[in-house]
Design a protein around this ligand. Structure first.
Ligand SMILES: Cc1cc2nc3c(=O)[nH]c(=O)nc-3n(C[C@H](O)[C@H](O)[C@H](O)COP(=O)(O)OP(=O)(O)OC[C@H]3O[C@@H](n4cnc5c(N)ncnc54)[C@H](O)[C@@H]3O)c2cc1C
Length: 304
């Protein structure tokens, strides 16, 4: 995309921080991804509305991201604009039995605030490294809980440019998906319904889940979390391990030695390395067990 034209369109507009030719590897937990023509980091709803309006009116492709913990960006990067809804929009307001937060708030931060306020319900989300917006999109979940269980209201921008409020039922939550995916909504604010609880019990549960996560997951290496969705009746990690793929390396990417459900970036992996390794895993598991592993991580961008 023509950088000069992009800069001309966005300069002097109130859209937040602007970065040009920004390497996406700086913004993804996988530490992979070529440059995006322009990244915008808004500080509020008005700036998001303005940025999206400008993209739509000028036919500029745009992509919304949160904390980049479920994203695999191709080595050629992205043309157009990435709008990163993260630290600029991370207010967390605690009410008597609910929490309202900006889409850019980190889930772990929300869980910790809930604990400090002796509110129970968000313990499961501690340790999921994404933003609230990303978690609503994916209906993120862990250890028996998911976003669907705790959300009562989502404020979002729809495709027509209207800001609307959605109830839990409106959101079409399902395993790793929601209405956000179906309709290209942009999540702005979320309200979680919680219950008064016992501070020590909440803290104990969160510490236990953190311990389980740290002992089982390769948190010391860059990754995009679980590479595959859970196939019905199986665990992806176990199928991969039983297929003899533990530790298999391709370029800088590897099937984690600690948890085979994770592909990790052990040495400057390219997106191509990861995608080729994913293909080998899918083919091996399909040939051996007849199970189709579907990628959970979102793939965006273009080849170099
Ligand atoms: C070590 C590790 C552990 C993980 N553990 C878990 C786990 O236990 N459970 C789990 O469910 N996931 C887990 N994940 C995956 C990931 O953290 C979640 O999917 C998370 O919800 C993604 O949030 P994000 O802000 O990083 O979104 P991103 O990766 O930035 O984006 C993911 C999707 O959400 C969309 N999106 C982001 N923000 C918005 C917004 N405001 N409005 C509209 N769309 C938006 C993007 O367009 C994209 O489609 C893990 C990841 C890692 C790296």
């Amino acid at each position: 995309m023509d950088r000069e034209r992009l800069i001309q369109i966005f300069k002097d507009r109130d859209v937040g921080e602007i970065l040009i030719d920004e390497p996406m590897k700086r913004h993804t937990s996988f530490k992979i991804g070529g440059p995006v023509d322009m990244m915008i980091i808004p500080r509020g709803e008005e700036q998001i509305v303005e940025a999206i309006g400008l993209c739509r009116r000028n036919n500029i492709p745009f992509y919304i991201m949160g904390n980049g913990t479920n994203l695999l960006v191709k080595d050629g990067g992205l043309r157009g604009v990435v709008i990163k809804i993260n630290e600029g929009m991370n207010d967390i307001i605690v009410h008597r039995d609910s929490i309202v937060c900006g889409a850019g708030a980190l889930l772990t931060g929300v869980s910790r605030r809930a604990m400090k306020s002796s509110l129970t319900g968000m313990e499961f989300a501690n340790g999921i490294p994404g933003t609230v917006g990303g978690a609503v999109t994916m209906n993120a979940g862990a250890y028996g809980g998911e976003m669907k269980d705790v959300i009562i209201r989502v404020r979002a921008l729809d495709r027509e440019g209207n800001i609307r409020e959605y109830s839990n039922e409106d959101m079409n939550f399902r395993y790793r998906g929601s209405r956000v995916v179906d309709e290209g909504l942009i999540v702005l604010e979320v309200e979680f319904q919680l219950k008064e609880g016992d501070y020590s019990a909440i803290k104990e549960t969160m510490e236990d889940l953190t311990f389980r996560r740290k002992s089982k997951q390769p948190l010391e290496l860059p990754s995009g979390g679980s590479t595959f969705k859970r196939p019905v009746g199986y665990y992806a990690g176990k199928l991969i391990e039983d297929s003899g793929l533990k530790g298999l390396r391709h370029g800088g990417a590897q099937v984690s030695e600690k948890h085979c459900g994770f592909v990790v970036n052990i040495d400057e992996a390219s997106c191509k390395d990861v995608l080729e390794l994913i293909s080998v895993i899918q083919k091996t598991v399909r040939d051996k067990y007849g199970v189709k592993l579907e990628r959970e991580i979102k793939l965006i961008g273009e080849d170099s």
